[in-house]
Design a protein around this ligand. Structure first.
Ligand SMILES: [Zn+2]
Length: 235
């Protein structure tokens, strides 16, 4: 294979390699995943806050139920004492306490019902929020799988192209290879470009008639660079 042909294939391999790398870095699936994750961050936080509020309400309800139970026990005890009591003075004092404890029992029950209603409201809210967040959670899982698979296959493709371009580069003479790699380092993507319709297709510069003439008349081993981007020009 003539050096011109190797150069030709090397430029194409380098361009493909760049395209694959760009594709890998700018996956539309990754961009969608970023958006889904951003929206989920806020909403998952909301679900967590509601879950925490629910846990607090359940605890408050349990504590209240325990208090009410203690009061009821105290009430039963007092009534038992009341029935057994004989002294008139004791009786009045105990009766007063029985009424007081009975009122506290009613208050505790009422408060317990309020807390139970709060627990039930929060349970519904948690269910609702979890339900609303679920489609995004499913989409996130799909996108994560897609991104992983795409990155992997594009990575494989990039590796294959890198091997191909390395073996092409090795087949150039040392001087031309060095020239090409230097131009590639400077201009990026590929160290050479094609002349299409009188333009360097690396940087889109229209070559002057003089440069075009030099390019067309170049000798077999002569290297002509694009005056703008410095890439080796190839037909
Ligand atoms: Zn150029």
């Amino acid at each position: 294979m003539a050096e011109g042909e190797i150069l030709h294939d090397l430029i194409e391999a380098d361009r493909w390699l760049e395209r694959v790398r760009q594709q890998r870095e700018h996956l539309p699936e990754q961009e969608e995943l970023d958006r889904v994750e951003e929206s989920l961050r806020v909403r998952v936080l909301e679900v967590r806050e509601t879950e925490e509020a629910l846990a607090r309400a359940r605890q408050a309800y349990d504590e209240q139920a325990e208090r009410a139970e203690k009061l009821r026990y105290r009430h039963r005890e007092l009534e038992r004492v009341l029935h057994q009591s004989s002294g008139a003075r004791d009786l009045v004092a105990i009766e007063t306490e029985v009424h007081s404890v009975a009122r506290q029992c009613d208050e505790a029950d009422e408060r317990g019902l309020d807390l139970l209603a709060q627990v039930e409201d929060l349970e519904v809210a948690v269910q609702l929020q979890r339900h609303e967040v679920q489609p995004d959670l499913d989409r996130r899982r799909e996108l994560r799988e897609a991104v992983t698979a795409l990155r992997w296959s594009l990575g494989e493709e990039a590796e294959r192209l890198a091997t191909e371009r390395a073996s092409l580069s090795e087949r150039l003479s040392a001087a031309l290879r060095e020239h090409y790699e230097r131009a590639r380092g400077r201009a990026g993507v590929a160290g050479g470009a094609f002349v299409v319709d009188g333009r360097c297709d690396g940087c889109r510069l229209a070559l002057s008639p003089l440069d075009l003439d030099r390019f067309r008349r170049r000798g077999a081993d002569e290297v002509v660079e694009c005056p703008s981007c410095g890439r080796i020009l190839v037909s």
